[in-house]
Design a protein around this ligand. Structure first.
Ligand code: CP
Ligand code: NVA
Length: 338
């Protein structure tokens, strides 16, 4: 199984996960995301900056979505391209036709594919048979666009530093797996507190641990886990596709709610994150979700900026490189001045 920003024989790049990236490349992507965000806020470059002009992106959604769909569609529009939204059910991924044929066909029509799918192996098949970049917009295994936006949010707020302690409270699910994958690359301390039996992907965990410069721990007691945490993070107890388990999950996860009592055990400066959609009264109390330590809406907004940066990187690499060369030159010039 590979989860990487793979390079295909044609030279095209995919974004299926973090493996294949290093810390430097992730920070570069954050700096570019910040640049894109500032430009948008200041309404600069609005007409001139169209790095994917005349390019089109096919988006396949086999599961529901609000943030991912809107942020990608808007992102493509703002970069000068056009997005085509396809319902997984309507096109019958692997049913009406094979994943391989979908990949080959969309490669003739479009310039990139964004896909939200069930089994992770489907996106790997899609990526290996497409000649255009494929971006993972969530699978049963991982949700790297989300975790990229999450880490960027901490970076942007000046909260990211080596050794930051991030505690994910809840299910060892796709979002938790992507955090673990990131902990194999960036030097920070990651703790997952989950009930026994709701562990993350074993293979991802082992790979990340073998590379990690920080630590990756699994602690079943949530109160013990969140001690001295800088970030408390949570996600739904029942992910899309697990609906029939929801009654059982409500019972099993009861002690894994981020509420004021749990938050009080973290650092006083701790921030609270959630990838949304959120269920107040289940994985997070309303008080904490809407309280002063929550940066949840900022994190959701940042999906847009980070994904725009990612699309420029994958779809117009010359533009992406140009930014970084200029950025480096400017920094060198500034350090000569001072
Ligand atoms: N966080 C997230 O991916 O939201 P959607 O499922 O609404 O896209
Ligand atoms: N773990 C959740 C994330 C939703 C964005 C799910 O897969 O449903």
């Amino acid at each position: 199984m590979s989860h990487h920003e793979a390079t295909h024989s044609s030279g095209k790049r995919d974004f299926l996960g973090f493996t294949g990236l290093d810390a430097g490349k992730i920070i570069e992507l954050f700096d570019y995301s910040l640049h894109i965000k500032r430009n948008r806020e200041q309404n600069r470059n609005s007409d001139e900056f169209r790095p994917i002009r005349h390019k089109t992106v096919a988006m396949i959604f086999s599961k529901p979505s609000l943030r991912t769909r809107v942020s990608f569609e808007l992102g493509v529009y703002e970069l000068g391209g056009h997005a085509i939204s396809l319902e997984g059910k309507a096109i019958g991924v692997g049913e009406r036709e094979s994943v391989e044929d979908i990949a080959r066909l969309l490669s003739r029509y479009n310039d990139a594919i964004v896909a939200r799918l069930h089994e992770h192996s489907i996106i790997e098949t899609l990526a290996s048979h497409a000649d255009i970049p494929v971006i993972n917009a969530l699978t049963d295994l991982s949700h790297p666009c989300q975790v990229l936006a999450d880490a960027f949010t901490l970076y942007e707020k000046g909260l990211w530093h080596d050794g930051i302690k991030v505690v994910f409270v809840g299910d060892g699910n796709n979002v938790a797996n992507s955090w673990i994958e990131l902990a194999g690359i960036l030097p920070f301390n990651f703790v997952l507190t989950c009930p026994p039996g709701y562990m993350p992907d074993e293979q991802l965990l082992q790979q990340a641990r073998s590379r990690a410069k920080g630590t990756i721990e699994i602690v079943h007691d949530p109160y013990q886990a969140v001690k001295d945490a800088d970030v408390l993070y949570t996600d739904v107890w029942t992910s899309m596709g697990q609906e029939e388990e929801s009654a059982e999950r409500l019972r099993v996860f009861k002690e894994y709610q981020i509420n004021s009592a749990l938050l009080a055990e973290a650092k006083a400066s701790a921030v609270v994150m959630h990838c949304m959609p959120a269920h107040r009264g289940q994985e997070i109390s309303a008080e904490v979700m809407d309280g002063p330590q929550s940066i949840i809406i900022d994190e959701a907004e940042n999906r847009l900026h980070v994904q725009k940066a990612l699309m420029v990187k994958l779809m117009n690499h010359d533009e992406y490189r140009k930014f970084h060369l200029t950025h480096r030159l400017m920094r060198a010039a500034n350090s000569l001045k001072s």
